[in-house]
Design a protein around this ligand. Structure first.
Ligand code: NIG
Ligand code: FE
Length: 385
């Protein structure tokens, strides 16, 4: 995790499709159509944000104020706020309006240096509205300059119509939604909010197995609110990642050590909700890799800024800057099954990079946590900012 290879005094050659080559200045190629002088600056592979909910209808700052006054995230959810509040607003919004809002958020996070991203459904909670969300993500995929992975998260909360019939909702997901999602090829993964007050490990197990039948691997929400068995059920079903882990004991660490599942940490969520931070130091010292992602969503993390997640990882979870940068790039790429194409500066990968301002070291990025360190963004070999 702490090994971050660096080439000093380097050149990097890109075309519109791929990274062609790189090396040190004493053997720099003599010709190029366009030259960017990065003297005194650094070139990074773009961030890979492997966990977001950036398709949503509206912000929820009234709940934020409610929490300031003493309510908890779980109390707000039990009173019909939270995810159900977002679902009510999303159901009423057209696909076009949702797309426009999500597109603006995507532009925003690209400006923070994100060059590959995962986006979830989960604010529809009906067949029609979950499909609407996934179609918005498909449109984003078609138009976006950065690669996107799509995750089907109908098991985000039990909708009010099924309050007294949770099994009915789970059957709706399995028998009606999943076949339609798969038939239209709308998702790359399936997600379940496996936590206290949401879905149980048994329910999560059924849902993950149903997803696997359609070729959708799990990327699940686990252990945000307690030690609820989410890690174990994710690992047992070979989930690609288990995300959150604000609660993570030695048992979960041991379980992850024997797996292919990537633990993904979302420190801006712990920051915003006042939850304990995931024990990243303990996990890494035990031999685990970790990924960092934003969790950008209107309820628990209204912030899609990868550099802020990286700063929190260093400041609050005692990750070294090099560890945090690996976690936010190549490990995020792994969590989205894109490590062949993004996440490092390597020959043949996508030419998605950013050039920093004149900064003194890598550690300066999380250290000066409130500053913007990017001077230029290059996506698909083109300067975008
Ligand atoms: O990752 N924890 C579950 N889902 C989201 C938050 C959803 C919401 O509050 O709108 C999360 O934190
Ligand atoms: Fe999330």
């Amino acid at each position: 995790m702490a090994h971050l290879p660096i080439v000093e005094n380097a050149w990097l050659l890109l075309d519109n499709e791929r990274i062609i080559d790189f090396g040190q200045m004493d053997n720099c190629p003599e010709r190029a159509d366009q030259i960017l002088d990065a003297t005194g600056r650094m070139v990074f592979p773009s961030w890979c944000d492997s966990h977001t909910h950036l398709v949503f209808a509206a912000s929820r700052e009234e709940e934020f104020v409610g929490r300031i006054k003493g309510l908890t995230y779980e109390e707000i959810a039990q009173n019909g706020g939270g995810i159900l509040n977002s679902a009510k607003k999303l159901r009423a919004m057209t696909e076009e309006d949702l797309f426009e809002r999500a597109w603006n958020r995507l532009q925003e996070v690209i400006g923070f240096g994100t060059g590959a991203i995962e986006i979830k459904s989960g604010y529809g909670l009906t067949t029609e509205s979950e499909l609407k969300m996934l179609r918005v993500i498909r449109q984003l995929k078609e138009k976006s300059p950065i690669p996107i992975k799509s995750t089907f998260l109908a098991a985000h909360a039990i909708p009010p119509e099924y309050k007294e019939n949770r099994e009915g909702y789970i059957q709706l997901i399995i028998k009606e939604m999943l076949p339609k999602v798969a038939a239209e090829g709308l998702a790359d993964y399936i997600d379940v909010f496996c936590d206290r007050g949401f879905f149980t490990p048994e329910e999560t197990d059924h849902l993950l197995k149903a997803g696997l039948k359609y070729g959708l691997k799990g990327k699940i929400h686990a252990n945000e609110l307690g030690l609820t068995g989410g890690v174990q059920v994710g690992v047992a079903n070979n989930a690609r990642s288990v995300d959150h882990l604000e609660h993570c004991s030695d048992i979960e660490i041991a379980c992850l050590l024997n797996s292919e599942t990537m633990p993904t940490l979302l420190p801006s969520c712990a920051f915003f909700l006042g939850l304990p931070y995931p024990p990243a130091r303990k996990m890494i010292d035990a031999g685990l890799p970790v990924t960092l992602a934003t969790d950008y969503n209107p309820g628990s993390t209204p912030c899609g800024k990868m550099p802020f997640a990286i700063a929190l990882a260093c400041i609050k979870m005692k990750m070294l800057p090099e560890e945090a940068i690996n976690a936010a790039t190549i490990n995020g790429a792994f969590a989205m099954e894109m490590s062949d194409t993004v996440g490092t500066i390597a020959i043949g990968k996508k030419p998605n990079v950013f050039i920093t301002k004149d900064i003194s070291s890598i550690a300066y990025i999380p250290y000066a946590f409130g500053s913007d360190h990017i001077s230029q963004i290059v996506l698909n070999g083109q300067i975008v900012q």
